[in-house]
Design a binder for this molecule. Structure first.
Ligand code: NAD
Length: 356
């Protein structure tokens, strides 16, 4: 089992180091190779996603990714910015299905901005289509300035599109995921206004007939945004397009209170995947040894589950994380009175100890 390890920038290197230690502690036959990506790769090779890094990722069964970006690169031309590395990996590996679980750990119920009774026991999975929609439609406008702005223009527009095969494959992913959970899928659209999403709704409904054991309902995106904060536990699996998924998955992830806890997976049709925390490179705390490594460690668990077929080891990691939280150990972002504050490294140590 070959894993491309791409730590990236900022806290990326610190948190990925802990996830790698946890994976090593499982004593599985994992072959891990590290490469530069993002700003670090730009500094060394003049490009955020060098050919050698892309090749390593393509040849691996899975990619363990940290985070990329730093404010010092904000003035670079867009194709050279660190964030382009993640877009390039998604495109080149064909990663079309983005999984973002939002789980509320009992010990962290108070970290949410919602009332405990609304989120206690929360376990939802947002599945976002990642390679189509308005983000990949044709942008139109008169771009007259080199810095990407539109001085003097009267309009600009982007086109929203989805093809039947694109909708079918993400719908299958959602129904299959729901079969392993509480067998409910909510498809989120804007069919009342957008042709693309009436088509989306029709195709998801057709695919749903192949899964009679899974209950399907449809919800407009504006209502879904509201229901996520009003009654989040009504959802199980939520499937939606690229743009709505971008927004709703961030909303759902924050229900649980801390961005340092949230893993994600992006998969292609071969089961190859890229696994990363939902947060960024946090330049404000980089190098201080205080970042929360749990989102990355939980991403490694998702990697074992979805790409490497090691469900039992995935569960071992998740149980170890629960155990560490139950012991009251907290990095700064989830610290509250009465708990014990630990560093990034100490959190890694504690998870490894709990695993054993
Ligand atoms: P961010 O997620 O990096 O940080 C937001 C806030 O959350 C910061 O205060 C940070 O300290 C905190 N935080 C994030 N992760 C944490 C962790 N593990 N432990 C403790 N605290 C944590 O978002 P940002 O500040 O908007 O962006 C910083 C850089 O990251 C930008 O260059 C941005 O483009 C990039 N970014 C990259 C990715 C990615 O690599 N996939 C995703 C989002 C943002």
């Amino acid at each position: 089992m070959k894993i491309a390890v791409l730590p990236g920038d900022g806290i990326g290197t610190e948190i990925v180091a802990q996830a790698v230690r946890v994976l090593n502690a499982l004593e599985l036959p994992l072959e891990m190779e590290t490469a530069l990506v993002g700003g670090a790769a730009y500094e060394a090779h003049g490009h955020p996603l060098p050919e050698s890094t892309l090749k390593l990722a393509q040849q691996a069964d899975a990619v363990l990714f940290g985070a990329v970006g730093d404010w010092k690169y904000d003035k670079l031309d867009r194709p050279l910015r660190p964030e382009q590395a993640i877009l390039g990996l998604r495109k080149n590996l064909g990663l079309f299905a983005n999984f973002r679980p939002a789980i509320c750990y009992e010990q962290l119920v108070d970290a949410s901005s919602l009332k405990p009774e609304l989120i206690s026991g929360l376990d939802i999975l947002i599945i976002r289509e990642l390679t189509g929609d308005i983000y990949f439609g044709q942008p139109r406008g008169r771009r007259t300035a080199t810095d990407g702005h539109f001085p003097g223009s009267e309009e600009a527009f982007d086109t929203m599109r989805y093809s039947r095969p694109e909708i079918e494959r993400i719908a299958h992913v959602a129904f299959q995921a729901a079969r392993k959970r509480s067998k409910r899928v909510t498809s989120v659209d804007k069919a009342n206004v957008l042709e693309t999403f009436q088509f989306w709704k029709d195709v998801v409904t057709e695919v749903g007939k192949e899964y009679p054991d899974v209950a399907l309902d449809h919800m407009y995106v504006d209502n879904a945004a509201m229901q996520l904060v009003k009654e989040p536990k009504r959802f199980d699996v939520v499937v939606t397009g690229n743009m709505f998924g971008d927004i709703l998955s961030d909303e759902a992830s924050m229900l649980t209170g801390s961005i340092g806890m949230l893993p994600s997976a992006s998969l292609n049709s071969k089961g190859q995947g890229l696994y990363e925390p939902s947060h960024g490179s946090a330049p404000d705390i980089a190098g201080k040894g205080i970042a929360n490594p749990l989102a990355t460690i939980l991403s490694a668990a998702m990697m074992l589950r979805f790409s490497l077929n090691h469900e039992a080891d995935a569960q071992r990691i998740e149980a170890a994380v629960q155990a560490v939280l139950a012991q009251g150990l907290r990095t700064a972002d989830i610290y509250s009175a009465g708990t014990t504050r630990v560093s990034t490294l100490e959190m890694g140590d504690a998870v490894i100890k709990a695993l054993k």
